[in-house]
Design a binder for this molecule. Structure first.
Ligand code: PMV
Length: 309
């Protein structure tokens, strides 16, 4: 049996403004993972994907073109010259929370690509993996930005401007983040649509706010590269205030952000689309215990501590 894994991700800063052409940063969350296991199947079976967590069993040759699991398997087999439906059983599992902006679908695709390439002793670069996964992202999202497949394939922070650049960059000094879940599914499409309507009604109100969020993403990139952790915390706090101002936070997120700061976090903000979903807090070894505890007391249903390096 061959296996491979892929990490989750969160947006560190720049969400929403990124839709309007400003930069954003996404970071890998390696403490949660999708795994794919590949083994030879009975003769004549063809490629079969079993995803117990999703309650899915997909016979690749019989699946519709737009089935994401079948799509990624077909894509990678073709790319590595094994296009003739080999007899394989691919089992997929994941600890990445679903529908929380943590890239669970992207990670499943990435793990499948890596495991199949490994099974056939075929080396694929991180860029090639990212590009293959992007093709399947189009099925999930229509017009994906490409940030999720890049951050997950490279397992490094990615600085991103829609349609312009996707750059992997290095971390000057590793840092710790707490990722806390409000327990409310974040309705990304609705939040983005609502903001779009408010923006169209009054662009002059939102443009300067988006500009400032973009400046924060640029400054955060240099702070991370130079290992300036407290500056990064300050930028996260300011980013959250701007996200509140553009109307994408909610009382549950604000409560978690306040709790993290009270427990000694260097900075805290919502992460992703908002109106629920996750928040993130910049912590240290000294504050991780108290931040974790106060976040749970303030209503977090899950807290993941991750090191970014
Ligand atoms: O929750 P996520 O990781 O899917 O992030 C949504 C990020 C937005 O900027 C709000 C939307 C987008 O398409 O970039």
């Amino acid at each position: 049996m061959t296996w491979a894994h892929a990490c989750g991700k969160v947006i560190l800063c720049g969400e929403h403004a990124v839709v309007y052409g400003r930069p954003a940063i996404a970071i890998p969350v390696t403490e949660v993972q999708a795994q794919a296991y590949v083994e030879a199947g009975p003769a004549g079976q063809g490629a079969l994907v079993i995803a117990p967590d999703l309650d899915r069993r997909v016979v690749v040759r019989a699946a519709p073109d737009d089935d994401p699991l079948a799509h990624i398997v077909r894509g990678v087999l073709k790319a590595i010259g094994q296009g003739q439906d080999p007899d394989l059983t691919i089992t997929v599992t994941s600890t990445i929370p679903i529908a929380r902006g943590m890239g669970s679908g992207t990670a499943v695709s990435t793990a499948i690509v890596r495991a199949l390439a490994r099974h056939f002793d075929h080396w694929l670069s991180s860029q090639a993996i990212s590009d293959l996964v992007y093709q399947t992202e189009v099925l999930y999202h229509g017009t994906p930005s490409g940030i999720d497949n890049t951050v997950i394939a490279f397992e490094k922070p990615v600085y991103f401007v829609k349609g312009v650049t996707r750059e992997v960059f290095w971390v000057g000094r590793p840092f710790l983040l707490a990722v806390a879940d409000t327990g409310i599914a974040s309705p990304t499409r609705e939040v983005v649509g609502d903001l779009r309507r408010r923006y169209q009604a009054d662009p002059t109100r939102y443009e300067p706010l988006f500009d400032r969020i973009g400046e924060i993403a640029m400054a955060a990139r240099s702070a991370i590269a130079q290992g300036q952790t407290s500056e990064l915390g300050r930028l996260m706090d300011e980013n959250h205030a701007l996200l509140q101002e553009i109307g994408v936070s909610c009382p549950e997120l604000d409560r978690l952000v306040a709790a993290a700061r009270q427990a000694g976090a260097l900075g805290a903000k919502l992460s992703g689309a908002g109106w629920g979903g996750n928040m993130i807090a910049l912590i240290t070894e000294e504050t991780r215990g108290s931040v974790d505890m106060l976040l749970r007391l303030a209503g977090a249903v899950r807290v993941i501590i991750t090191q970014v390096r």
